[in-house]
Ligand binder design. Structure first.
Ligand code: 5GP
Ligand code: MN
Length: 334
């Protein structure tokens, strides 16, 4: 992969640009995709932002979102968009398997592919790019990319709102160790450009339906197990639970973090029985590497303190398997 600055000459003339991100997009995925979309449009390019699956409701307000195609819902519209592109930007993922149903379309596309991402161990499928696992968010990297082009002055309130969204969500509202001085400096710059940060916190965190809050109450009461001996917490949600509470895309966002608000808990896991398979989410504090844990045991990956994976076993077998690994592994000793 050639360094990202070498892609700049390709952007000297108006291009047709396809931008995509990972399946089940989160705040950083949508924020980075829309920040880059709005910026490249201001530079005179034609941009098609595409999400591999539905954008969750708590991100429906993101500037420019109406331009986004959902591949799962409208694959026929995405095919001509990618065929017409000169360049493809891949944001907030580094492995084509992370776009799920769009994987064949993306891997068979012959156009120049550009990576901007902060996950560990990028696959060698990109022509140009930047991969920095120590960065807070892909949104921060899009900000760096804009600065690299020399067009910081083009950042307006809307682009700032997109960038802020991913920096905020990926740092747990600026509390995780990945939130550096550079993040705060970036936010100071965005605020001087009109950012209304409190509105974004409200849109993302205070926009729940009552149903979602009741579901969280049920989850914490009935579906959370705490293992003080392993400094660990586990939440398990079956397909039946999801149906009973009419759980939608985005409703399970953040649930994995709750066990870690209990003193002494440093490793938290969420196991969900989704329609398309068993999905696991891992979070840790300190020196327990959940990226390696997800890779070694659940065919996944991500970051040192936040990762995910999947299981081909049944829901109940996965839970048993996880508990066995936990008892053998003892994360508190790592
Ligand atoms: P989440 O638990 O929120 O789904 O994901 C946590 C982090 O791990 C995110 O940065 C996400 O991109 C990454 N991640 C989640 N699931 C997988 C997976 O199955 N494979 C890989 N490589 N990364 C994942
Ligand atoms: Mn991210």
């Amino acid at each position: 992969m050639k360094p990202i600055q070498e892609v700049l000459p390709l952007l000297q003339q108006p291009r047709n640009i396809f931008i995509t991100t990972h399946h089940k997009p989160d705040g950083d995925a949508i924020g980075s995709m829309m920040a880059l979309t709005l910026f490249l449009e201001k530079m005179g390019h034609t941009v098609s932002p595409v999400s591999p699956s539905e954008v969750p409701d708590f991100l429906a307000w993101v500037p420019g979102l109406s331009k986004v195609l959902n591949h799962e819902a409208e694959p026929r519209k995405v095919e001509p968009a990618i065929a017409a592109a000169d360049l493809i930007f891949c944001l907030d993922f580094n492995d084509f398997s992370r776009v799920k149903g769009m994987q064949t379309l993306l891997s068979s596309a012959t156009q120049t592919k550009v990576l901007i991402d902060h996950h560990m161990f990028p696959k060698p499928d990109f022509d140009f790019g930047v991969s920095e696992p120590l960065k807070s968010s892909t949104c921060e990297m899009v900000y760096d990319f804009i600065n690299l082009t020399g067009h910081n002055a083009l950042i307006d309130e809307q682009i700032g709102a997109c960038i802020y969204t991913g920096a905020m969500t990926d740092t747990g509202s600026f509390r995780f160790p990945a939130c550096t001085a550079s993040v705060h400096e970036m936010i100071a710059d965005l605020m001087r450009k009109g950012l209304k940060h409190s509105v974004i916190h409200e849109e993302v965190y205070d926009s729940w339906e009552e149903r979602r809050m009741r579901f969280l109450g049920f989850v914490l009461q009935e579906r959370m197990e705490i293992f003080p001996e392993y400094s660990s917490g586990l939440i398990t949600l079956s397909q039946e639970d999801l149906q009973k509470f009419d759980v939608r895309s985005g409703d399970t966002e953040g649930i994995v973090n709750y066990p870690m608000s209990i003193a002494g808990i440093r490793f938290a896991t969420l196991i969900i029985e989704r329609k398309d398979g068993i999905k696991l989410s891992f979070r840790s504090k300190g020196t327990f590497d959940v990226n390696a844990f997800a890779r070694n045991h659940f065919n996944g990956g991500g970051h040192f303190n936040a990762s995910g994976g999947q299981s081909s076993q049944s829901f109940s077998e996965t839970i048993l398997c996880f508990k066995r690994i936990l008892s053998e592994f003892h994360p508190s000793k790592n």
